[in-house]
Design a binder for this molecule. Structure first.
Ligand SMILES: C[S@@+](CC[C@H](N)C(=O)[O-])C[C@H]1O[C@@H](n2cnc3c(N)ncnc32)[C@H](O)[C@@H]1O
Length: 222
């Protein structure tokens, strides 16, 4: 199983738990090139639409930026997994989400708190990298080592280079528009670490060896 498949398979039950029961219209913002949760949503009886410039072909997808796409104005739920930190203008995208949701509709956001990706957490991950599948953690390690910079200098530079929004900014902007129902932290790296389970990562978090970088945010549109 690839790291992406591991991530989606582990994340899906938690996303699903915050959705209204099917039938319901669910839009996924930034579903990615594999379609994200759209196949699982459809298998469970949802009317699903995945919006992403890299979305796959098919009637259930729109290959365009969310803020430029034609959307319903009465969706029952919107899901955004690891996509909001990438958008150009979070406030504009969140306004668009608010416009696409019906009153009382659910917003489910999965994010990562990259500002808390400290050197201890980075070293813990780099020691556990799988050598058969090269993913973003490999690239991060290699570029950091090549930079010769201290981790505390390298990380904000990497975030600025990729235009990443912080979790703090996103949560503030979300809370301005939606009624928050949950904000939980959890394991984020395990999917990239083939020999490391989610339970292993949670144990390291509980032992204070690494930070909990995953954020599960749930809210409703007032
Ligand atoms: C890290 S990937 C996450 C993919 C998938 N949701 C997951 O959890 O594995 C981020 C995705 O967000 C998409 N994305 C970035 N900006 C976007 C925008 N404005 N509208 C829609 N998708 C966007 C990217 O194209 C990319 O596929």
């Amino acid at each position: 199983m690839s790291s992406k498949e591991r991530w989606l398979e582990t994340t899906w039950p938690r996303v699903r738990a915050w959705l209204p029961a099917p039938p319901a219209v669910v839009v996924e913002l930034g579903c990615g090139s594999r379609g994200g949760f759209v196949p699982a949503l459809e298998a469970d009886g949802y009317d699903a639409l995945g919006v992403d410039p890299q979305a796959p072909d098919g009637a259930s997808y729109r290959r365009i930026q969310f803020e430029r796409s034609e959307l319903p104005d009465d969706a029952d739920a919107i899901v955004a997994s690891l996509s909001l930190h990438h958008v150009a203008d979070p406030a504009a995208v969140l306004d668009r989400i608010a416009g696409a949701l019906r009153p009382g509709g659910s917003l489910v956001v999965v994010e990562w708190d990259w500002e808390r990706f400290d050197e201890a957490s980075a070293r813990w991950c780099f020691e556990r990298l799988d050598h058969e599948e090269e993913g973003w953690l490999h690239r991060t390690r290699d570029r950091w080592l090549a930079s010769g910079l201290p981790w505390g200098t390298y990380l904000p530079g990497m975030a600025a280079e990729h235009g990443l929004h912080s979790a703090r900014t996103l949560i503030d902007r979300l809370d301005e528009r939606f009624e928050r129902r949950r904000l939980e932290r959890g394991a984020y790296f395990f999917a990239e670490l083939a020999q490391t389970s989610e339970a292993d990562e949670l144990e390291a978090i509980a032992a204070g060896q690494i930070n909990a970088l995953r954020i599960d945010y749930g809210a409703i549109k007032p």
